[in-house]
Design a protein around this ligand. Structure first.
Ligand SMILES: NC(=O)c1ccc[n+]([C@@H]2O[C@H](COP(=O)([O-])OP(=O)(O)OC[C@H]3O[C@@H](n4cnc5c(N)ncnc54)[C@H](O)[C@@H]3O)[C@@H](O)[C@H]2O)c1
Length: 428
């Protein structure tokens, strides 16, 4: 959970894991010929059939004419948790989807599965958004094949705890990459964007629920990097009247595709303190950690533990799809996306125990400085704007979806990292 998770999370593990946080540089393998084939074959190396060099016919199959209502949506970060669910939804709605992701935190299996769902309507570029020159070439390539209706920018590193230990990574990856991306979009006439922002931009407000008028006073470097990315987009929309952006400030995202096709695949090699609350719960349920520690039981909340707002990933994706219809040229619009109800950590633990069927040991510890007691949204602005109503608001049911995915993908993100990509000397 980016907002209240990690360093600001009320959670901590009883068992410490010290592993170097990794942003693995995974790079493109060039294949020189052949159209993008059908579904990938199992067991082979990353990117084999998705070579993304400019002169490859990666998107050749996109040259078919659009049918009425069909859109081409570019999804950055589409190999990640939320992005993969969004790409699936768009493909299932009949649209064309192109994912841009460097797989540094994503799951290659998600790409394989998207390909199997989308076939000729799906394409993937392995690209690090900080590579401006390559970004330019990728846009040139995409645009030459099919015009782009809008872009959803999910790609980012997103761990509050990590942002304290490596703030520069966050300012570069979140803020600077957003600037590179929007500059390139504008150069290629792609003017519609939906941006993954966060309630971490509000910091620790005392007045709850959080509305869009709540002052943005980010506390963590992560929150600040998102806030600054928002500024980049707001200023860009002011100076480029053809550019329009919707900034969605998510609260804590949980759940998984109820049909089990996608889910969250965390990097289990990251330090334990980085994990999101559901991952923390599941690792305890599997016995990987001997107990969970609730940090803080004396907060000014009904049961003394922190309260957070959990939005199901399927509902969150729905908000993106519906928002695409209200992007307005020259405007930067922003909306909270939460359910508007807070659950305490104790309630979360109870739901987690019910979802997993495991009565894991829970230890109560002291609160940590900086943890906001309560964070939950007032989502009335987005409800009114796009007629959005979250459907998956039962916490136990949402965690049951996540647990089902977690159990069947116990290696987390490593599940999809069959082989690292090779060097990028053969880039376009
Ligand atoms: N998960 C939450 O609770 C939450 C809450 C608020 C906002 N958000 C935001 O939503 C977005 C998606 O989050 P998520 O939970 O799906 O994260 P995730 O880590 O599962 O997915 C992020 C994806 O971005 C890719 N990526 C990272 N840096 C990249 C780069 N430089 N170039 C190309 N690809 C890159 C990763 O490989 C990964 O596939 C992020 O912007 C995050 O800040 C998430």
């Amino acid at each position: 959970m980016d907002t209240s998770g990690a360093a600001r999370s009320p959670w901590a593990f009883g068992t410490a894991v010290v592993v170097t946080a990794c942003v693995t540089l995974l790079v493109t393998r060039h294949t020189a010929t052949g159209p993008l084939a059908g579904p990938l074959e199992a067991g082979d190396g990353c990117g084999q059939d998705f070579g993304s060099a400019l002169n490859m016919p990666l998107l050749a199959t996109h040259l078919q004419a659009n049918q009425e209502g069909q859109q081409h949506v570019v999804v950055t970060g589409g190999a990640g948790f939320i992005g993969s669910h969004a790409a699936m939804r768009l493909l299932n709605d009949g649209h064309y989807v192109t994912v841009l992701d460097n797989l540094s935190r994503g799951n290659y299996n998600a790409i394989r599965k998207l390909k199997s769902i989308g076939a000729n309507r799906f394409a993937f570029y392995d690209i690090d958004l900080n590579d401006e020159a390559r970004l330019d070439r990728v846009f040139n390539d995409m645009i030459s094949k099919r015009s782009i209706d809008y872009l959803i920018h999910f790609a980012a590193v997103a761990f509050v705890a990590e942002s304290y230990s490596n703030p520069i990574l966050y300012y570069k990856n979140v803020t600077a990459n957003t600037a590179y991306l929007v500059e390139t979009m504008t150069k290629y006439g792609v003017n519609n964007m939906i941006y993954s922002s966060s309630c971490a931009t509000y910091g620790s407000p005392t007045k709850i629920p959080i509305t869009e008028e709540t002052p943005q006073e980010p506390v963590s470097p992560y929150g600040m990097s998102k806030f600054m990315a928002e500024r980049v987009l707001i200023d860009h929309a002011k100076s480029h009247k053809q550019f329009g952006v919707i900034m969605l400030r998510y609260f804590n995202v949980i759940g998984a595709d109820p049909q089990g096709r996608f889910g969250e695949s965390p990097d289990l090699s990251l330090p334990a303190s980085h994990h999101r609350i559901s991952t923390a719960c599941f690792l305890s349920a599997t016995g990987k950690y001997d107990h969970l520690t609730i940090t803080g039981t004396d907060h000014p909340t009904p049961d003394g533990t922190c309260v957070r707002d959990y939005v199901h990933v399927v509902d969150l994706v729905d908000a993106h799809v519906k928002s695409s219809a209200i992007i307005k040229a020259g405007e930067a619009q922003y909306f909270n996306v939460g359910v508007g109800k807070g659950y305490s950590v104790r309630e979360f633990v109870k739901a987690c125990k019910a979802a997993t069927g495991v009565n894991m040991k829970v230890v109560e510890g002291p609160r940590r400085p900086g943890d906001a007691a309560q964070i939950f949204a007032n989502p009335s602005k987005i409800k009114a704007a796009i007629n959005w109503e979250p459907q998956h608001t039962d916490l136990t049911a949402a965690l049951t979806n996540s647990w089902s995915w977690f159990k069947s993908h116990p290696k987390g993100r490593a599940q999809g990292q069959i082989k690292p990509f090779r060097g990028r000397g053969d880039d376009p």
